[in-house]
Write a protein that binds this ligand. Structure first.
Ligand SMILES: Cc1ncc(COP(=O)(O)O)c(C=O)c1O
Length: 370
């Protein structure tokens, strides 16, 4: 049987408002990295996080690199990161000449294990990067206490979980610096883009300098340091500004799809994300665990693909990638290995039509129940 529809794992939600803003940026001729949309987006995003500063940047990887440089991480330093994350989290550490040290995640929330973080701290440790994986906010109060106790930086990688809350605290508001991605599969997007937010004026100033080729803010075309071109354009910020206007509507639509998945999968032997009244996840790409193992996961992925539905297996553990096999890890990271074998993400977007959603849910029920 041939599939009657094609559903990507994610789809950007672009409305008339995004088009209107882009047209207005074009009409103004401010299409490079200055302009009213850059200012508007950066101010609004900083306000949403209650931070002194927000810098828009070219992508989430650049955001991580700038965050680390803003904390003056360099050669000889170690940074503690989870192994179960997108590869950019660890790569950014290497860009600085520092070494990532990998820790395991918790069985419950799939986020970095605080006990292991403490065990991994050495006299070279300069920072922790906590990743709020697959929309789930991590235990920020414990991590903040650990970072303060050892006098090291705490960086939040919020790429997959903007606007999630745990115990009344929103992601991106506790770290010394927090980083965001606006890639096409993210909850808000401008195609390629990112942001860094911080309350520390010195970190903010260093990141601002480095974002723009290291040009001295008081002397044009004098470059006291080697910087980067990590700026984002006014056209991209025009899209982001519209996405912020539509944020609530888009999150609600994604949340409704999450509820339908939960209903469709209820009573089945699958592992869902931890849930309790103190946690509001970010409805990014619906994650679940196929606890029967990798073969069953492959057959479900295949069945859905045959019906035109794209899915994603969880990330491959970074400590097992060729360039990181010699990196220091905190033990053998058994939970990371297990989740990587069992986990998958189902398509999620606020742009899916009602008939696409109905088709998707019917096919998911069929693939999991037969
Ligand atoms: C956890 C995490 N960190 C960083 C990134 C990198 O973001 P970008 O693709 O915008 O460079 C991603 C993205 O895809 C991510 O999922």
């Amino acid at each position: 049987m041939t599939a009657t529809m094609t559903i990507p794992v994610s789809q950007p939600d672009i409305s008339e408002l995004e088009r209107k803003n882009v047209q207005s940026a074009m009409d103004s001729t401010w299409i490079s990295s200055s302009g009213s949309f850059v200012n508007s987006f950066e101010h609004r995003f900083a306000d949403l996080h209650g931070t002194l500063s927000c810098l828009s940047v070219s992508n989430g990887t650049a955001a991580l690199h700038l965050a680390l440089l803003g904390c003056e991480i360099g050669p000889g330093d170690e940074v503690i990161v989870p192994s179960l994350t997108y590869v950019a989290t660890a790569n950014a550490v290497k860009y600085c000449g520092a070494e990532p040290v990998f820790v395991d995640v918790n069985q419950e929330d799939w986020n970095m294990n605080c006990e292991q973080v403490k065990d991994a701290i050495s006299n070279r440790t300069k920072a922790i990067i906590v990743v709020h994986l697959y929309g789930m906010p991590a235990e920020m109060s414990r991590l903040r206490t650990i970072a303060d106790q050892y006098g090291i930086f705490l960086i939040e990688d919020v790429a997959e979980a903007p606007f999630a809350t745990r115990d009344g605290t929103m992601t991106g508001t506790v770290g010394d610096v927090s980083t965001f991605s606006f890639f096409g599969n993210k909850v808000i997007t401008c195609g390629e883009g990112g942001a860094v937010v911080t309350n520390d004026p010195e970190i903010a100033a260093r990141m601002k300098l480095l974002r723009s080729q290291g040009m001295d803010p008081n002397q044009r075309y004098f470059f006291p340091v080697i910087g980067y071109n990590y700026r984002l354009t006014n056209v991209a910020c025009a899209i982001l500004d519209a996405q912020l206007d539509r944020l609530e509507e888009m999150l609600n639509r994604r949340q409704r799809l999450f509820s339908r998945y939960e209903q469709a999968l209820s009573g089945l032997d699958v592992g869902l994300q931890m849930s309790n009244k103190n946690i509001t996840v970010c409805p990014w790409l619906f994650p679940l665990l196929i606890t029967q193992g990798e073969n069953t996961r492959s057959s479900i992925i295949k069945k859905l693909r045959e019906q035109g539905i794209d899915t994603r297996p969880f990330f491959y553990p970074i400590h097992r990638l060729p360039m990181y096999t010699a990196a220091r890890t905190c033990g053998s990271l058994p939970i990371t290995n297990q989740l990587a074998n069992w986990g998958m993400n189902l398509p999620t977007s606020s742009a899916f039509t009602d008939s696409e959603t109905d088709y998707l849910i019917a096919q998911v029920e069929r693939a999991f129940r037969q």
